[in-house]
Design a protein around this ligand. Structure first.
Ligand SMILES: [Cu+2]
Length: 159
């Protein structure tokens, strides 16, 4: 069933009072499903990863996304690399004397079902000497006891 016949079905349904809310809910859900990319490898799920292009004068930039452990054992993530950057680090925002500063996160320990979220203004991936290769950019994650994980990551223009 395509989106339009699905919407028509809802509009023709007898849920008269709920109808506008329901249609809106379905539309929001459809948009959300389309937007969220996901990559799974060896009990790790990577969702919504994206790299931002550096600002014109800068060579350092950031990437954000989520990592979830869907296995039954803890996973220790040891490093992240990017084929489009000379060096890449997980950075944690920590508060010190009332000031926020970045600190390298040497390892991320994820308990079963635990998720780490890297997002603007908070924890992030820092990419130094970023340059696109024309082949696209990939992030590569190393975790203890797992084989290396790589996935293509979209590069987004700054607004
Ligand atoms: Cu940073």
């Amino acid at each position: 069933m395509d989106i339009f016949s699905f919407l028509r079905l809802i509009l023709q349904s007898k849920l008269t009072i709920m109808r506008p809310k329901y249609v809106l809910f379905v539309l929001v859900a459809l948009v959300a499903c389309k937007k969220k990319q996901s990559y799974t490898d060896q009990n790790l799920v990577f969702e919504n990863w994206r790299i931002y292009k550096p600002f014109a004068t800068a060579q350092a930039t950031v990437a954000y996304g989520e990592i979830k452990n869907i296995g039954s054992q803890a996973i220790k993530i040891q490093s992240i690399q990017c084929n489009c950057a000379k060096s890449t680090f997980f950075h944690q925002m920590i508060e010190e004397n009332g000031k926020l500063r970045m600190q390298t996160w040497n390892e991320i320990l994820l308990a079963p079902s635990q998720k780490v979220i890297l997002e603007p203004g908070k924890n992030h991936v820092m990419l130094f000497d970023f340059a696109e290769t024309g082949q696209g950019c990939e992030l590569t994650i190393k975790a203890e006891g797992l084989s290396q994980i790589s996935f293509k990551t979209p590069v987004i223009e700054r607004e």
